[in-house]
Design a protein. Structure first.
Length: 256
């Protein structure tokens, strides 16, 4: 029975529609990271009132007809890429590879949900209340702390993957030099941003402070309040932009 399920998942993953959808999803990720870079630059050099996370980035384009169409395209890409990653998690590889594929499927599913929330003009602000509830108990604080350590580990993985150019293993052919350079800068920059998120989650768990456990938005606002915060945020924005450029290259060269 397990073999039948794996075979069915492999056939689904090899379907041209899903393969093209995965490439569209990588391109959608590129658009999202470029928007995130723009939001971060705005936070660095303007009043800083923007929501500096994925939802805030998507809201940047939601105010007109073209933006609405773009959001629908991004939604389709995220959904199809999540489905393709799910087939990879079921069909192929060692246990570690399956776990990575499953985690990526969840990530893109969350991005799809976030896009829907922007399209329907719904707030995702409930996460703050959920985090506050967790931090009100000892077990919840431990859980938030463990999640923070997990995010730090993921951040380290991104930095190492970028520095050692291991992202080239995800590509089916030798990419252009600009893809290689963008991938290196992008993975390191994104890893640095994730590291701040993880550290703040750990601090929130230790101090039982929900305001420090609000994800990327809280992390970037924390950087903004530091000395030379605008410079630090600009560097983070360059990392996001580089990752976005790499994602466009990956859309063309990815192993799907």
């Amino acid at each position: 029975m397990t073999g039948d399920v794996q075979h069915a998942a492999a056939r689904a993953g090899d379907h041209p529609l899903l393969e093209k959808g995965a490439r569209l999803g990588y391109a959608a990720s590129g658009v999202l990271h470029l928007l995130l870079a723009w939001v971060t630059v705005q936070l660095a050099w303007t009043s800083g009132g923007e929501q500096a996370d994925q939802q805030g980035a998507l809201q940047q384009v939601a105010g007109n007809g073209f933006g609405q169409v773009l959001l629908w395209v991004l939604l389709v890409g995220f959904v199809l890429l999540a489905l393709w990653q799910a087939t990879e998690a079921i069909a192929w590889g060692e246990a570690a590879d399956r776990v990575k594929a499953a985690a990526k499927a969840v990530t893109y599913a969350v991005l799809a949900f976030t896009t829907v929330s922007v399209l329907t003009d719904q707030s995702s602000g409930g996460s703050g209340g959920a985090t506050a509830g967790l931090l009100s108990s000892g077990f919840g604080r431990v859980l938030v702390g463990l999640v923070g350590l997990g995010v730090v580990a993921v951040a380290g993985y991104h930095v190492v993957k970028g520095w050692q150019e291991k992202f080239l293993e995800d590509l089916e052919s030798s990419p252009a030099p600009w893809v290689r350079k963008a991938g290196k800068v992008g993975y390191i920059g994104k890893g640095a941003a994730l590291a701040v998120v993880g550290v703040l989650l750990v601090v929130a768990a230790v101090q039982a402070d929900p305001e420090k456990a609000e994800g990327l938005d809280a992390a970037l606002h924390t950087l903004a309040d530091l000395p030379f915060g605008a410079v630090l945020l600009t560097l983070v924005a360059l990392g996001f932009a580089a990752y976005g450029v790499y994602a466009f290259g990956r859309a063309r060269h990815a192993k799907v």
